[in-house]
Design a protein around this ligand. Structure first.
Ligand SMILES: CSCCC(=O)C(=O)COP(=O)(O)O
Ligand SMILES: [Zn+2]
Length: 203
């Protein structure tokens, strides 16, 4: 596992990449890395900042509820992401080492078309999403949006399949997770392609 300062540098670098892709527009999106499991501790991007311009210390160490925990490398002036509670739930339930939350367009539009979940099957790019390409049917779950991270966390747990490292929040964005930030990014990139493909062929 990364220490907090290394995690902060990685969060800033990854956030800049996602901003370049247009997936963290405005101040949207947030990323986290798991720092420890007993007790659960995550480094999560600070709330309300331009995610394309994060300093290496623009993160907050949070607990299992998503609340700031202990002394903070970036000082007491930073607030944890408003969505830190869902990051923590995903880290706890799915065992994720890194969680990325992105405001990319494809999952949100796909959720409008398929509000009960998005089915993907027989696509080579599924390998990049951590699944088999052939004879594999993947249901990417969709849950309604909420401002209450406990409500979102409960909705996530109700639909969670350990084989599927993503959750679409309708009219909001997508969560993708993996053991580390780079793998989470690869999965997010492949998922975006898969969802765009699904919508193109459904037209
Ligand atoms: C225009 S962004 C609205 C809040 C949100 O959905 C988001 O992803 C960013 O929240 P944060 O508190 O992490 O800045
Ligand atoms: Zn969001």
């Amino acid at each position: 596992m990364l220490d907090a300062l290394a995690a902060g540098a990685a969060l800033a670098a990854e956030s800049a990449r996602y901003t370049g892709l247009g997936w963290m527009r405005g101040t949207s999106g947030n990323l986290s890395v798991t720092l420890g499991r007993d007790p659960l501790r995550l480094a999560v991007t600070a709330s309300g900042l331009d995610k394309g311009e994060l300093a290496d210390t623009d993160f907050v160490v949070v607990d299992a509820e998503g609340a700031a925990a202990g002394e903070q490398p970036g000082g007491a002036g930073l607030r944890p992401s408003a969505e830190a509670g869902l990051h923590a739930r995903i880290a706890a339930v799915a065992g994720a080492g890194a969680v990325v939350h992105l405001h990319m367009m494809a999952p949100v539009v796909a959720a409008e078309l398929w509000p009960d979940g998005i089915v993907l099957r027989d696509l080579e790019m599924l390998k990049g999403f951590g699944r088999a390409a052939e004879d594999d049917e993947v249901l990417v779950p969709v849950v309604p949006n909420s401002q209450d991270m406990r409500v979102l966390g409960d909705a996530f747990e109700a639909v969670h399949d350990p084989r599927t490292p993503a959750l679409v929040v309708a009219r909001h964005g997508v969560y993708v997770w993996a053991d580390d930030l780079m793998t989470a990014r690869h999965r997010a990139e492949c998922l975006e392609w898969l969802l765009r493909f699904a919508m193109e062929v459904a037209r």
